[in-house]
Design a protein around this ligand. Structure first.
Ligand code: BTN
Length: 254
């Protein structure tokens, strides 16, 4: 028995192929909202060309210029306790899809950023829906800058066009992302988080380096030692004590 939570705890309600139904809209507030319907099955996907109220992590907004980004959400119905792992599954799948599209290795940054050449290309947002105190659904939002990116962000940003000279249409990204997500999710189901952890670590930036981690209570600095068997970050603080962090933002030391 391994210590990682196996998603065979998933209440599988899949009907048909992962990625169906597929909801595509030109414009919406947020693709996250399109999937907040109890009748939708696990594996439903929503894609928009433009969001008027796109959301990022930690209450931030996620801006896009119409047609310049991949804006995609996926609905899952996992058991509780696996959310940090799911972030890493989604980041890994997004990095792999980017790599397939442009033929360049994409990196991941804990907990859920996707980078190319050290600049942020995309991010993952997890939102939950509950019925009473029972987790009913997790909606995983994936945003990738394809042909424009915001300036002045804490983490320097980029887009695929700027980084590679290739203009990728949002519609071209959907199948690689769907396939990568379905594949990593299956690996997670069959082999547990260990398989995800190894693949994630192979792409991770910052491991073994001095970082600052932004927490709601303030920044904490130290050495990013590793991620644990549940996807939490293990930090060796400057005062020599270890801290396990489940949610926060990694900032690299200046
Ligand atoms: C982050 O890095 O802060 C996460 C960004 C997640 C953005 C995506 S775009 C599709 C989905 N819909 C949203 O409103 N947000 C996510």
């Amino acid at each position: 028995m391994t210590s990682d939570l196996r998603p065979d705890a998933f209440r599988l309600r899949r009907r048909g192929r992962f990625g169906e139904p597929y909801l595509y809209v030109h414009e919406c507030g947020s693709t996250q909202e399109l999937l907040k319907r109890p009748a939708l099955p696990e594996g439903a996907v929503a894609v928009a060309e433009h969001q008027t109220s796109g959301r990022g992590r930690l209450g931030r907004s996620w801006e896009d210029q119409a047609g310049d980004s991949l804006l995609c959400s996926v609905l899952l119905r996992p058991a509780g306790g696996v959310l940090p792992q799911l972030s890493l599954v989604a980041a890994l799948a997004t990095a792999e899809a980017v790599e397939q599209l442009v033929g360049r290795q994409a990196q991941v940054k804990w907990p859920n950023d996707v980078l190319l050449d050290g600049r942020k290309l995309g991010g993952i947002l997890l939102e939950t829906e509950s019925i009473g105190d029972r987790l009913d659904a997790v909606i995983i939002g994936m945003g990738v800058n394809l042909a424009s990116h915001p300036d002045g962000t804490a983490m320097p940003a980029s887009d695929l066009l700027a980084a590679t000279g290739k203009r990728i249409d949002p519609a071209e990204c959907v199948e690689p992302l769907r396939a990568a997500f379905a594949c990593w999710r299956m690996a997670w189901e069959s082999s547990g988080f260990a398989a995800i952890r190894e693949a994630w670590r192979a792409r991770a930036v910052g491991r073994g380096e001095a970082v600052r981690v932004r927490l709601p209570t303030g920044d904490v600095g130290g050495l990013f030692e590793d991620i644990d068997a549940h996807g939490a970050l293990l930090l060796m603080r400057h005062d020599g004590t270890r801290q396990r962090i489940s949610a926060g933002d990694v900032l690299f030391q200046a």
